[in-house]
Design a protein around this ligand. Structure first.
Ligand code: AOF
Ligand code: ZN
Length: 365
């Protein structure tokens, strides 16, 4: 009975957190529900970096009812002075009797110390309710806060035979409108979208988020070792900052031209190709914790080969286009033996109309 109650309230807290996905920047999404005598007396979510943490919103709503209550939090309450004061201190001060936590905060500044502080002050703490879900919800944050490098999600849209265009270059449209709408949700949930210069030249995409609900425009990151991006590209006329990842080999005049068009240039290595691991490190330093990689095939292949993709979201339309020269999802030298193939684990399949969406996490040998 007791356990069931825990799950019920934690699910609610998780849903509050889910609603804020995409809008907390490098911060995690967190939800909090405060319960007293069988009644919900406070609810809150962390909505924006720099704004109040989930617990503070919920405590504010609970007011005097916080005393003797149980607080359900999807992430360990913090113990450090960041942009806001520590939540564990606030829970103690408000005399909350019990805190139920889904998972520990991997942030080295917290990492168990919030829980320890609550316990040391007589608050009963239960950890591990809906742990797996809570951890997965913040998978991007979990990587970034420990490594300083962004979590990379690859998204592709291809035919069943893995083609991202026909042999003549036609690609509109491969997947259906339901799949494409979900891609816009994915853009909203990442801080940056990454694409190769070939894609920009071939498709002239705007790389913005187009949704019928409020949505944020991620930073547009283009991998462009010699700065071939056209300063007239649609990219520059739309919302969202543009970063061009380039090399020392990029001509000076192109630099000036593209900077004048509004691009921020980030030089990653001497060239001739962009040093992709270094590029991700530099993006991390610019406080980009999540990247949605949207191709094309060569960049996907290079990122995969370098072991830089954390998660794959692969849409397959039930179509076969064929053509030996039609570009593929992943273009790279490939492996000699099936045993060496990059495998996806924890795979899941979802249908978007008749399109298939396969999600999984690459395992690098
Ligand atoms: C919580 N509740 O709702 C959130 C937490 O820059 P700050 O002050 O917002 O701190 C960010 C850090 O605080 C973040 O890295 C994570 O460790 C924790 N986030 N903690 O108790 C919340 N958003
Ligand atoms: Zn906090």
């Amino acid at each position: 009975m007791d356990l069931l109650n825990h799950d019920y309230y934690m699910d609610l807290a998780l849903n509050l957190a889910r609603g804020a996905r995409g809008q907390t920047g490098i911060n995690p999404v967190v939800g909090c529900v405060i319960v007293k005598d069988g009644r919900i007396v406070g609810m809150g979510a962390h909505l924006e970096r720099g704004a109040a943490h989930a617990e503070v919103h919920a405590l504010q709503m609970a007011g005097k009812n916080a005393e003797g209550s149980t607080a359900y939090v999807t992430l360990e309450p913090c113990s450090h002075f960041g942009r806001t004061p520590p939540c564990s201190d606030r829970l103690i001060a408000e005399k909350v009797a019990r805190v139920v936590v889904a998972c520990q905060d991997p942030n080295p500044k917290v990492a168990g110390t919030g829980i320890a502080r609550l316990r040391a002050n007589g608050v009963e703490v239960t950890v591990g309710v809906r742990e797996e879900e809570a951890r997965r919800l913040n998978e991007m944050y979990n990587k970034y806060i420990v490594t300083g490098r962004p979590f990379v999600t690859l998204k592709t849209a291809s035919t069943l035979d893995g083609r991202i265009a026909s042999r003549t270059g036609d690609s509109k449209w491969i997947t259906n409108e339901h799949s494409r709408e979900f891609v816009h949700t994915l853009r909203h949930r990442h801080q940056a979208i990454m694409a190769g210069v070939e894609t920009v030249i071939a498709d002239d995409p705007s790389l913005t988020t187009r949704l019928s609900v409020p949505a944020l425009h991620p930073v547009k990151v283009i991998v462009d070792s010699t700065l071939r991006t056209n300063p007239e590209s649609r990219l520059f006329n739309q919302q969202g900052k543009v970063i061009l990842l380039t090399t020392e080999q990029a001509p000076k005049d192109r630099r000036l031209l593209l900077e004048a068009a509004g691009a921020e240039l980030v030089t990653a290595g001497e060239g001739p190709k962009v040093d992709l691991p270094l590029a991700l490190e530099l993006l991390g330093k610019l406080e980009i914790a999540s990247v949605l990689l949207e191709g094309g095939g060569k960049l996907n292949g290079a990122m995969l080969e370098a072991g830089l993709i954390d998660k794959c979201i692969l849409f397959y339309a039930p179509k076969i286009i064929g053509g030996a020269d039609a570009p593929g999802n992943f273009q790279f030298g490939g492996f000699e033996r099936m045993d060496d193939a990059i495998r996806l684990e924890r795979t899941e399949v979802e249908m978007y109309g008749e399109d298939i969406c396969l999600t999984g996490y690459p395992v690098y040998g």
